[in-house]
Design a protein around this ligand. Structure first.
Ligand code: ZN
Length: 244
């Protein structure tokens, strides 16, 4: 019986390790997904900046065409000046020329402003592209580390499961089934030590006859409240605890 209980404690220890590893493994794909979303967001941002720059350049081109048209009008009016016959027609033409000149100036002012915006936008795209490349490299490295970690954890789990099989072989099938059932209903803890006359699981004060039974170490004794299997901490002192 002693050996059975000892193996059961070992089994629980290894099951806890396997649970922890599986939890860790389960969380990694989500972490990778988060990084991928981040990369996508960064990509969208740089696309947005580039789109903005293209839009400004298009505006600039339209302004050039507009300016060209105004200049042509100006030239046409200046030629016409030589052909006018009346003072009235001359006055009208001068007015037209002044008006076109004003419009041309306005476009030129706007062009200057637009050129500044294009310069700023260009700089922004360049700067962001640098940041983006650095971030991309960092993110891809992070994904690689996580993927490697996942493989490592998977290997650890396989190894621990093999160890678990060796231990489980030593335990009777009825006790194994009992252990599994308690473990499932008690959040992974099925075997607990007596701590200061209390159940190490539910903390209830244990009756002395029950404690004596556990100390006799001849049968599997369970806590009357939480049904967990009890063991004496004096009987099963963990070897690694002794060493330290
Ligand atoms: Zn209990």
């Amino acid at each position: 019986m002693n050996e059975q209980l000892k193996s059961l404690i070992e089994l629980q220890e290894i099951d806890e390790i396997i649970d922890r590893l599986k939890n860790k493994e389960k969380g990694i794909p989500q972490q990778i997904e988060k990084i991928k979303i981040l990369i996508e967001e960064e990509k969208n941002k740089i696309d947005e900046l580039k789109k903005n720059l293209t839009q400004l350049q298009l505006e600039r081109k339209n302004q050039e065409i507009e300016l060209d048209t105004k200049e042509q009008t100006m030239r046409k009016h200046l030629n016409e000046l030589n052909l006018v016959k009346t003072n009235e027609a001359y006055r009208i033409l001068i007015n037209e020329i002044e008006k076109t000149k004003g419009e041309k100036n306005q476009i030129e002012e706007k062009t200057l402003e637009l050129m500044q915006r294009i310069e700023d936008s260009n700089l922004e795209v360049k700067q962001y592209a640098g940041i983006f490349n650095d971030k991309q490299e960092k993110n891809e490295k992070e994904i690689k580390i996580l993927e490697e970690e996942m493989v490592k954890i998977y290997q650890e789990i396989t190894e621990k499961e093999r160890e678990r099989e060796h231990i489980a072989e030593k335990i009777s099938s009825s006790l194994s089934a009992r252990y599994a059932k308690i473990r499932e209903s008690k959040k992974g803890i099925a075997v607990v030590p007596i701590e200061d006359n209390h159940c190490g699981g539910c903390r209830m004060l244990l009756p002395s006859h029950l404690i004596n039974e556990v100390y006799k170490d001849q049968a599997i004794i369970t806590c009357e409240v939480c049904s967990r299997i009890l063991y004496s901490p004096h009987t099963f002192v963990r070897e690694d605890v002794i060493k330290t």
